[in-house]
Design a protein around this ligand. Structure first.
Ligand SMILES: *Cc1c(COP(=O)(O)O)cnc(C)c1O
Length: 386
């Protein structure tokens, strides 16, 4: 799980905590996805919009899905040529003024406001299909998209605004699906969307099947089966239509680490705790997902101060940060062979929904450093490779 390059990097005694991204790991992973999936791929920028991440992904994807005006402007500034699909609930009038290659419309009211702009725009209507989504990590139930009967209201609005070009249907129904589950869901979307698109007389319709490919934090080595998904989705595709996905987490989760060191080790009421520099205000993922963030301990025999070096051996230990809240937990009661003050702890799978979803200023500790490692710096702007 820990790459040799990351090990070497930690041996240089860097300032910790730090987020470290291996751009070659990302490049190889994105290439694998590209090779396996024969339909259009947009990367959902909200999973990790860091500029070096976007630049590394750009050659391997067909474009980017952005979920706010801020994301749209950011991705545009990093990649001026990139194709952008603009989604997300509650778009403001100012956001509806922003040009995008596709706009994913969330409600009839939003469509009417877009129509009132009087300018051409290419739209996909976001459908919120009911269906059994028990067992998924995050069902997108709630105010996302339109129920099939509500979406009907859009036809009249479109008929009165010929400058809007209806391109197809968008659906992002759930997160945390494995390949067979996602194929079933994709088929469900198409079974509804194809007849609808035909009725609406959309030529060469586009169907955006969403993201939500599973990432299993308990099994860092077991990635989403892109090959199986790609084969099955190829079999679903029909000539004359465009199929598209917009994954986020499963693209960037694996290329990032949050690296820090142990400040204290102590027992409390029958539990062992290791207190780490930093905390979940930098890496909120284990709190939001309520999981144990996978990690590797790099022992440092020279750790500690003076004669004392608190440590635990063959113990179950809870890894916490520096926040004054019992919720600041990275991993709970996990077995370690040994851990002591001064050891380095590298949390893996920190490349998606990590830093950018975190309540970073809570308690005002020093911010983490950011490092983008790459074997061939020529491929990246010099500022992005330490
Ligand atoms: C968040 C989101 C995605 C990406 O979801 P992942 O679970 O990260 O793959 C795609 N589409 C929409 C509309 C989203 O909101």
């Amino acid at each position: 799980m820990l790459t040799d390059r990351l090990r070497e990097w930690t041996a240089t005694s860097p300032r910790l905590p730090a987020f470290v991204y291996d751009l070659d790991v990302l490049d190889a992973h994105a290439r694998r996805i590209r090779d396996a999936v024969p339909i259009e791929i947009l990367y959902a920028a909200k999973a990790n919009p860091d500029a070096p991440i976007l630049r590394t992904l750009a050659p391997h994807v067909d474009g980017f899905e952005v979920a706010s005006g801020g994301e749209l402007r950011h991705v545009r500034s990093v990649l001026p040529e990139a194709r952008l699909a603009f989604g997300g609930p509650g778009k403001t009038d100012a956001e509806l003024d922003l040009p995008a290659d596709r706009i994913h419309v969330e409600s009839p009211y939003e469509l009417a406001r877009l129509a009132a702009k009087g300018r051409p725009a290419d739209v996909l209507l976001r459908a919120n299909l009911a269906g059994d989504r028990t067992g998924v990590a995050l069902a997108m139930s709630g105010p996302f998209g339109m129920d099939p009967d509500v979406i009907e209201e859009c036809r009249e609005i479109l008929a009165s605004a010929p400058w809007l070009r209806l391109r197809g249907v968008h659906a992002h129904l759930a997160s945390g699906l494995d390949a067979p589950e996602l194929v079933v869901q994709s088929r469900e979307i198409l079974d509804w969307a194809r007849p609808w698109a035909e009725k609406a007389e959309i030529e060469d319709p586009e169907f955006n099947l969403g993201g939500g490919m599973a990432v299993d934090y308990a099994a860092p080595g077991a990635t989403f089966d892109w090959e199986a998904y790609g084969r099955k989705i190829a079999a679903l595709a029909r000539p004359g239509e465009t199929l598209r996905i917009e994954p986020g987490r499963a693209v960037t989760a694996y290329c990032g680490w949050y690296v820090t060191d142990v400040l204290d080790v102590k027992p409390a009421h029958g539990r062992w705790y290791a207190v780490l520099r930093g905390g979940t205000m930098h890496l909120r993922t284990p709190v939001t997902k309520q999981h144990d963030q996978p990690f590797t301990v790099l022992r440092n025999p020279a750790g500690g101060s003076g004669a004392r070096r608190p440590s635990a051996h063959d113990a179950e230990i809870t890894l916490v940060g520096q926040l004054c809240t019992p919720k600041d937990v990275f991993a709970r009661d996990v077995s370690v062979a040994g851990i002591g003050v001064g050891d380095v702890v590298a949390f893996g799978m920190a490349g998606a929904y990590g830093w950018n979803i975190s309540h970073r200023d809570f308690l005002m500790h020093d911010p983490p450093g950011f490092h983008y490692l790459a074997g061939d710096p020529r491929g990246y702007p010099p500022s992005e490779v330490p």
